[in-house]
Design a binder for this molecule. Sequence first.
Ligand code: BES
Ligand code: MN
Ligand code: ZN
Length: 500
Amino acid sequence: MEFLVKSGSPEKQRVGCVVVGIFERRKPSPQAQALDAASGGLIGSVMRRGDMDGKLGQTTFLHGLDDLFCDRILLVGCGRERDFDERAYRKACVAAARELDKVGGVDAAHYLTELNVKGRDDVRWQVKQAALATREVFYRFEACKGQDYKKYTRKLSRLVFQVPRRSDLPPGETGIREADAIGHGVDFAKELGNLPGNICTPSYLADQAAELSKRLPAVKTKVLEEDEMRKLGMNALLAVSAGSEQPAKLIVMEYNNAPANTKPTVLVGKGITFDSGGISIKPAATMDEMKFDMCGAASVFGTLQAAAELELPINLVGIVASSENLPDGKAIKPGDIVTTMSGQTVEILNTDAEGRLVLCDTLTYVERTYKPEYVVDIATLTGACVIALGSHAAALYSNNNRLRRSLRDAGNAIGDRAWPMPLWEDYQSQLDSNFADFANVGGREAGSVTAACFLHRFARDLRWAHLDIAGVAWNSGKQKGATGRPVGLLTQFLIDSVAG
Ligand code: BES
Ligand code: MN
Ligand code: ZN
């Protein structure tokens, strides 16, 4: 799918489909009015017949347009004009994309990008959102279908986002460029997330890093094996992989495109390729969804790829801590105590709280290996986070106000939101242990917070943030599948770090 930006009137477009907005109470947008005038009142008569009221998300095709050069018109309901905000705009773009997915023509001219969005007088933003929303709808996971499966083919191959003025073309093109890179990153993250645990193992992820380096030579990869991790004293990470036949991998990806003395930003991803809970085994229902427990890692892959594709002038490190969490004769048991790489000892009261165990040693590794500007870890860390925030926002924890604000702003701008949560010391006592320095679980209360507090004990000397993405990384039910979040938030954060 090729996205372009152009400027020109809707009635002159020689394309398969022209997409225009209709506001509620049958109020045509200026672009719909232009088509109406050029077609002898066609749109007005369709609305009078009651086929299009302008309700947000409503759609209708018009065919047989003798007075126009286009083969069809797609009318998209945009809701009440005075309520046409970011959310309504995205919804209208999604509705348009669902119809364009089925359309017969090879190209289309999209005029929703010319509408005024409340609080967003910004062409770059508007084009970028439209392109991202379209990609979102067009994604299909087909990697695991059998030989008789016919791959989905879409006729549409060129989508032109229209902008009001010629001077809007450069910002529009920037919007496309960013949406393409972010979209590729999101698709990459979805693809990795959706692969099953028997294919997407820690070794598979390590191979993906090597592949990424091949695709984008600016990304350099190295993989630490279990014996090297043992030498470094990463006993918490190794405790998790002890119950699995698959060896753990610590995957390090470096993208350096700023002067060597520029401190890097480090992204750390939880890469549990299947989380059975270990000896503290999970219930059977929906356990299959624990193949998604590497979505934090997937977002690190996707973001690194996007940053490299955009050739951002930054130094960026992506580290993926990857393991399975399975029960076995060699598996860790509740009550076991390990000495982490930091020297702090942890009583593992629940083997299902494994994410923090692989991440804590990785944070220590980051602190000792790099002098980072910022460290952000991304993890499907707790079921409690899903209870707290549902699927709309990731939980955002940070010991640095600037970093917290930047991440939150980036998420708001791209529509991949994170919401701040407390890291107060008051919660730390929930981790008290009678036998070790502290335990790996803190009881039922505030489960997402105490998990973050556990990690904080390994990040005190870093400018650090933690994103608990348990609620946003995948959809359950009929729409089951990885979302590619928070590649958008992270990439926007990196883009902003250059501009600001
Ligand atoms: N990967 C899970 C968290 C999770 C569970 C994400 C369900 C999304 C949906 C994590 O490893 C885990 O099992 N966490 C435990 C922690 C508990 C034992 C303190 C949880 O949330 O139950
Ligand atoms: Mn778990
Ligand atoms: Zn887990």
